[in-house]
Design a protein around this ligand. Structure first.
Ligand SMILES: [Mn+2]
Length: 402
């Protein structure tokens, strides 16, 4: 086998974010990463290429156009489903891309009795042998790993890559401490490279008896935490050079936009004071071309968060690529000291609405509205699709009032 180069990407999450500017930066990151894959013979995507199993078609179209250019140059894409672009029992965007011949899914295998036997895909030009495990429904990954016929995988010769989309118990970053990963003992030994996805942090470790265990982390970002992390850590992917059967990794950062975090405490301030302070902070901020993360927390002394005029605050960060406001920690005092007692949650809710309305507005729609808004996300449904569905239902309740 000759020497060769491959790229390892994961957690691209195309289509994440509601803000068009962030979606754009995410697409851009993907395009730039593929531009930087010039020397690669093939590209591995270890899950979560898309943020949803049925992504926005304009986002998918853009990604496909770029991938097609690389396909036409003779490069191959090897992909497993991630936790975001997998939908149990249904076809999704990854299947569609495979049908067109753009990508090859590498998680092939069947159960024979209790044993899960994976099949290798051999990359015809380099001879690299690739086997993979796709994401499953939460909690089931470990079970499937437990059923792996590891002996058969370990017996295969040649340069072997194992692609997977799960955290490894022994290599979890701090923020995933409470989340179950798959223990190393359930992985087949003796692969030359373990191409991981799912963990949104960069990990590159050598594990005795195994090989290189690598997570590139998110290519750009999929949520607020990822964006915040971008301020300190570069995000990107790995280029892996294989010479004499040995893999050498090189992290390739992908530049998009700088991140500025602006914090503001609201405790003891009126909504009007808070607005003034935020406007002042915005004017003082060097925001040009940057992603601004505005974090507001604390309890207002008077007024409500809605009175702050967030659009004006956003606009005051002149030239920013995007201003993302996080005010989940911001609260207002409840209409002073309402005390409610009731025999059931339902009764308490009804009395509370009645009390708050004080006869000045119709409280009847509050209950059905609350019922729609507090629905839990069913397992397997993507967050974005779920949010859109809940919003549509809530709107229906409001429509009915007209
Ligand atoms: Mn992910």
């Amino acid at each position: 086998m000759g020497d060769f180069v491959f790229a390892h990407l994961s957690d691209v999450h195309l289509g994440a974010f509601r803000e068009p500017e962030l979606r754009e930066l995410n697409c851009l990151a993907f395009e730039r990463a593929l531009d930087a894959c010039g020397t690669a013979d093939f590209i591995i995507i270890a899950g979560d290429l898309f943020d949803s199993p049925l992504p926005d078609l304009s986002v998918a179209d853009r990604a496909v156009r770029k991938m097609r250019i690389l396909r036409e140059q003779g490069k191959r894409f090897y992909v497993v489903y991630g936790s975001h672009d997998y939908s149990p029992g249904e076809k999704n965007v990854i299947d569609l891309l495979e049908s067109t011949g753009l990508i090859t899914k590498v998680s092939l295998g069947e159960y024979e009795g209790e044993a899960l036997r994976l099949r290798f895909i051999e990359d015809a030009e380099t001879g690299a042998k690739i086997a993979g495990m796709s994401a499953r429904k939460r909690g089931l990954e470990r079970e499937h790993f437990g059923c792996l016929d590891r002996k058969a995988l370990e017996a295969e010769d040649g340069f072997k890559i194992f692609v997977f989309h799960s955290g490894v118990e022994e290599h979890k970053p701090d923020f995933l401490k409470g989340v179950d990963g798959v223990p190393l003992s359930l992985f087949p030994k003796g692969f030359d490279y373990y191409a991981g996805g799912h963990v949104h942090a960069r990990i590159d470790a050598e594990e005795k008896g195994y090989g290189r265990i690598v997570f590139p982390g998110p290519l750009f970002a999929a949520d607020y935490r990822d964006l915040e992390d971008l301020r300190e850590n570069k995000h990107g992917f790995y280029l892996v050079r294989v010479a004499g059967g040995k893999a050498k990794t090189e992290f390739k950062p992908v530049e998009t936009a700088g991140v500025e975090v602006v914090e503001c405490g609201a405790t003891g301030k009126s909504a009007a004071d808070l607005r003034e302070e935020l406007l002042e902070k915005a004017r003082a901020c060097e925001a040009k071309g940057k992603i601004v993360l505005l974090k507001v927390h604390g309890e207002l002394s008077s007024g409500s968060p809605g009175e702050v005029d967030w659009n004006a605050v956003r606009a005051a960060f002149e030239g920013a690529a995007c201003v993302k406001v996080n005010r989940s920690g911001l609260s207002a005092p409840l209409a002073s000291g309402v005390k409610i007692e009731g025999n059931s949650r339902r009764e308490v809710e009804e009395k509370l609405f009645h009390e708050l309305a004080e006869g000045k507005w119709d409280e009847k729609p509050c209950r059905p509205l609350l019922d729609e808004l507090k629905a839990a996300r069913p397992e397997g449904e993507a967050k974005q699709g779920f949010e859109e569905r809940v919003a549509a239902k809530a709107e229906k309740v409001l429509e009915a009032l007209k």
